[in-house]
Design a protein around this ligand. Structure first.
Ligand SMILES: [Zn+2]
Length: 172
């Protein structure tokens, strides 16, 4: 999945887990929801080594829990902390549902305890590549599904909290 549906789920998590609806918590929730895909940026940074293929190290339960734990000091309430853990794990669950056509199929969410490759691919994936590939019909359908099933509902669901952020900001 692209970062948009992950961020949308992070936004919903923020709405329900952070009762204060602070902008700081919003950034943390969205950041953690997208963080496993940081390997996209690390891959070229390390010279595109074979061992650092997408989802290999960043898409597992241990990394997800650790990433949420690091931000615990910034979230005082237990409800917000539990919400952040769920949001960190949501990235893995969402990615497991995406069709994977590149070997190895799926990823290993339980490393280093289990080598099991998991994938329950039902959700179409968005291809990255040339303009023609990005604008292909299957790709536009996948992007449309991401926007229609995740981004738009999240924005509608959280519209009051987002509006309140703007009001609070302008009153400072
Ligand atoms: Zn991912």
């Amino acid at each position: 999945m692209t970062p948009f549906p992950h961020a949308a789920v992070g936004l919903i998590g923020w709405k329900y887990a952070d009762r204060r609806h602070s902008i700081k918590a919003l950034f943390i929730f969205i950041f953690i929801s997208c963080l496993p895909d940081a390997d996209f940026f690390l891959f070229p940074l390390f010279g595109k080594p074979d061992w650092l293929f997408h989802q290999r190290f960043t898409h597992n339960v241990g990394v997800a829990l650790l990433s949420a734990l690091i931000f615990f000091p910034f979230l005082r309430m237990a409800r917000a902390r539990i919400g952040l853990i769920l949001i960190a794990l949501s990235h893995l669950i969402m990615d497991l549902s995406v069709v994977d056509t590149l070997a190895p199929i799926g990823f290993r969410p339980f490393l280093p305890f289990s080598d099991a490759l998991l994938n329950f691919g039902v959700f179409p994936f968005v291809k990255r590549g040339t303009v023609a590939q990005v604008l292909s019909v299957p790709n536009l359908i996948a992007i449309g599904l991401e926007l229609g099933l995740f981004v738009l509902p999240a924005l509608i669901l959280c519209r009051k909290e987002i509006a309140a952020l703007r009001i609070n900001k302008s009153s400072v």
